[in-house]
Design a protein around this ligand. Structure first.
Ligand SMILES: Cc1cc2nc3c(=O)[nH]c(=O)nc-3n(C[C@H](O)[C@H](O)[C@H](O)COP(=O)(O)O)c2cc1C
Length: 177
């Protein structure tokens, strides 16, 4: 038997969703669970950001951002960047983020991330109470020892299960059909 869920709670039924940390400007960091690859040619990646976020204005102004994929070891970084606003504080130091310069865009990325997508703003569309920012991936980079040439290996990303509940993957559940 299924039970009804309030429509405002529906996103939780799509969980768990992988969390990424978007860096923008000089320099803010925001956790996002609503994000997706969109196209290979050109390489496009979409992020859904509420206009209430401090990062929203920075993305619109700077027209570029970096997406940082971090492992479960850094769940506290993910949680901090998702529960504090850059409007009120410099999150970078408080979240123990080490920055490093991007190569294709002007903003910084997170040195602890195992992968980064450096994006310029390709398009944006207001959809309901969020805006879908579409980034064109100008550079994608990954830690050498976590990449077998086609796919990631041994990565344990941070997934959001509920509002403030995080889980990760377990390699014992990998299958090779
Ligand atoms: C796990 C998690 C996922 C989140 N995903 C999103 C998201 O996809 N889009 C969004 O606009 N806010 C999302 N948030 C909320 C922002 O990360 C949060 O409001 C943050 O403090 C905004 O930072 P800023 O004001 O410095 O931009 C998420 C928060 C958490 C904890």
């Amino acid at each position: 038997m299924k039970i009804e869920v309030e429509s405002s709670r529906y996103p939780s039924l799509a969980n768990p969703k992988m969390c990424v940390i978007l860096t923008c400007g000089k320099t803010n960091a925001i956790t996002l669970a609503w994000h997706t690859p969109i196209s290979r040619k050109p390489p496009l990646y979409g992020v859904s950001v509420s206009p209430r976020r401090f990062s929203y204005g920075i993305i619109r102004e700077e027209k570029e951002f970096a997406l940082n994929f971090v492992s479960f070891d850094y769940w506290e970084m993910v949680h901090y960047c998702g529960t504090h606003s850059g409007k009120k504080e410099d999150k970078i130091a408080k979240a123990n983020i080490s920055l490093e310069g991007c190569k294709a865009i002007g903003t910084d990325s997170i040195a602890q991330a195992y992968a980064v997508l450096e994006c310029t703003l390709y398009d944006e569309k207001k959809l309901g109470d969020h805006t879908l920012f579409v980034g064109e991936v100008k550079r994608a980079a990954v830690d050498n020892d976590l990449w077998d040439g086609r796919k990631l290996k041994g990565v344990k990303p941070v997934y959001q299960l509920g509002s403030y509940t995080y889980i990760t993957t377990d390699s014992s559940s990998e299958i090779y059909p």
